[in-house]
Design a binder for this molecule. Sequence first.
Ligand code: SF4
Length: 236
Amino acid sequence: MAVQELQKPTSEELDDLNAQLANSTPQEIIQWAAEKYGDDLTLACSFGGISGMALLDMSVKIKPDIEIFYIDTHFLFPETLKTRDVAMAKYHIRPVEYQPGITPQQQAEQFGDELWKRNPDLCCSMRKVETNKQALAGKAAWITGLRRDQASTRRDVQPVGWDEKFGLYKISPLAHWDEKRVWQYIFENDVPYNPLHDQGYPSIGCTNCTRRVGEGEESRAGRWGDSEKIECGLHR
Ligand code: SF4
């Protein structure tokens, strides 16, 4: 599909698509997306969440040459990079790495030290959102690990949506799965996952902005510490 053919769907068209896929498994949704978008489909995998790892396993089994990308914000945990390496060896994949156009040093010089503490939205915008824009340029659809149970901001996630921010389709095959179901898939299929999950980190992003979570907290409560922020801006 040539990108210039991409047109924003109407809400009725999206409703129809989601009605068609309402009873589909994640694998069936990925299969549908792979057939519809071909090489204009890309999978975002941060190597920091179980959803992304489950989707990686499913996607590679369905479309072995699917493009996989991740953003190296320059603040990734060593465990995240290790998980990437383990996945590369297991699945024989070469994920495409994208980096922000501004180094941590340039950011500190221009905006002061530890911008993430004072203005995490600006930091995420430069390091994640702009970088994601590069990764999605020329694509028709991207697969994400969004699930409804992850946070109050994600309660309405549908398997197929239109991404206003990046101007392409957003496919969320795990929209209706919960964390327990994803873990079940991980163990049943021997999928590698970030070892920080076993140390109290259910959601893993940059080192600066990720902490352990306590009993009863939402899985994304460990992101951006005491601030109200629970989304990096990629999915808002
Ligand atoms: S998660 Fe934190 S360090 Fe990473 S880009 Fe966002 S604000 Fe910056």
